[in-house]
Design a protein around this ligand. Structure first.
Ligand SMILES: Cc1cc2nc3c(=O)[nH]c(=O)nc-3n(C[C@H](O)[C@H](O)[C@H](O)COP(=O)(O)OP(=O)(O)OC[C@H]3O[C@@H](n4cnc5c(N)ncnc54)[C@H](O)[C@@H]3O)c2cc1C
Length: 413
């Protein structure tokens, strides 16, 4: 049986940060990863660009985005805050840039560059990485993990850091194994549900807009009554709706779906009222009165969305010349683009989720060290923790912070 100071299970962002930090503090570290490479999910994060953190440097303001976990997070963020994430990566040759809504990305716009920085840090710390090594059980005597069984034999270490991730996108390796072990060790694990996740619609016509994005406002209704609005980028997919504004509404929509029929109305022109929009359209039509309506719609409506009136207003002859458009049809057109109706059938599952919520109850984790309060030499980091957060770099920041804190703590344990 191989003996180490620190054993890290899982080579995602939280595990890599924990292993690199412990090694930097002089620990002899082994990292066990069941895939044949590191950071599979990290490499697809942010659409392959990796939204590495959210550049809100005021920790108090940042933590407002983490719901009930805010009190728990003060201590870890006092050890490793957003500014430390910038320093960590930029000092290691990966400059970052800040985009809309404070979202920070590598200047190279390449998620695998983030993995590469962490891999180099592991190498420099002489962390032994064992690939294609699936952990099958954590073996316990009293309140200690005494050894870890894997498909490549048994390992033993003074401290064990668990970083096996949550349940979203299981094909990347995150299959939720850690939740099962933690439960059997006596931890309370809130059952995860897909958290930040796209919405499926009953209407199949959205498929023809698959891959197209628009800036707009979505109003969600329950049994025809307005519930809440959200504004931003909306992505049409072959099954329904996605994009940041939709993903961040999914949890609320999920709650509404439990009680009734949920519809969404998309306003493609949220900054203009119906009257002004009608005026604008009339001027445009006047300019192009001898063109086919289809040509004008393509110019007027963003990014291929002219398919919508073409599909939803069959009475509209889009091949006909603009001057033959009737006033009543023009009014219908305006009403439609101010409130494109869709019926939400369900939330998509873990296979499409960006982040799954749920995880280990934070009351069972020591906030200063990420140590389990039940098992003395077990530390828990990253997506395994029950921390709700929106999209925008907030998830990876949790990995950097909790990974760092656990890596430091094992060095002084
Ligand atoms: C499509 C997508 C895009 C995202 N984009 C962003 C973004 O831009 N910004 C952001 O902040 N967050 C983003 N996230 C969320 C972010 O990727 C996760 O929060 C983060 O990857 C969690 O890191 P982790 O280290 O806890 O776990 P994971 O990244 O899930 O890594 C866990 C590792 O453990 C390994 N493992 C699991 N079980 C075992 C076992 N039994 N034995 C050995 N190894 C095991 C897995 O193979 C995996 O390598 C995105 C998520 C998805 C799915």
């Amino acid at each position: 049986m191989r003996q180490f100071d620190v054993l890290v299970i899982g080579g995602g962002p939280a595990g890599m940060m924990a292993a690199a930090t412990a090694a930097d503090a002089g620990m002899k570290v082994v990292l066990l990863e069941k895939n044949s490479s590191l950071g599979k999910k990290l490499n697809i994060s942010g659409g392959g660009r990796c939204n590495i953190t959210n550049a809100e440097y005021d920790t108090r303001s940042l933590l407002e985005h983490y719901g009930k976990a805010v009190n728990f997070l003060h201590s870890p963020f006092s050890q490793f805050a957003v500014s430390d994430t910038f320093t960590f990566f930029e000092d290691r040759g990966l400059p970052l840039q800040v985009e809309a809504r404070n979202r920070a990305f590598p200047v190279s716009q390449t998620a695998s560059d983030v993995t590469a920085v962490l891999s180099r840090a592991l190498k420099r710390g002489q962390v032994e990485i064992v690939f294609e090594c699936e952990v099958t059980s954590l073996n316990r005597t009293d309140n200690q993990i005494t050894s870890v069984s894997t498909t490549r034999g048994m390992f033993r270490a003074e401290s064990v850091i668990l970083a096996t991730g949550g349940l979203s996108r299981p094909e990347t390796g995150s299959t939720g194994a850690g939740f099962g072990w933690l439960k059997s060790l006596g931890h309370t694990v809130r059952h995860p549900s897909p958290g930040i996740v796209p919405l499926a619609t009953k209407e199949k016509w959205v498929a023809q807009l698959g891959g197209k994005t628009v800036e707009g406002r979505v109003t969600f209704l329950l049994d025809g009554k307005r519930q809440f609005k959200t504004q931003g980028r909306i992505l049409f997919t072959h099954f329904g709706l996605s994009g940041p504004t939709i993903l961040n509404s999914a949890a609320r929509v999920g709650e509404l779906l439990k009680t009734g029929t949920v519809t969404a109305e998309i306003d493609l022109f949220p900054h203009v009222d119906e009257g002004s929009l009608d005026q604008e359209l009339m001027e445009l039509l006047e300019l192009h009165k001898n063109k086919a309506l289809k040509t004008v719609l393509k110019e007027w409506l963003p990014n291929g969305v002219w398919h919508v009136p073409n599909t939803l207003l069959p009475e509209l002859d889009t091949e006909a010349k603009v001057h033959s458009l009737r006033k009543a049809d023009r009014k219908k057109l305006i009403k439609l683009v101010k409130a494109i109706p869709l019926t939400i059938s369900h939330l998509m599952g873990f296979d499409r989720a960006v982040v799954a919520d749920g995880g280990v109850d934070l009351r069972e984790i020591d906030t200063k060290t990420m140590r389990s309060t039940l098992i003395d030499n077990l530390f828990i980091v990253g997506d395994l923790l029950d921390i709700n957060r929106p999209s925008g770099g907030y998830s990876l920041q949790i990995c950097w912070t909790t990974g760092y804190v656990a890596g430091r703590a094992v060095a002084t344990a």
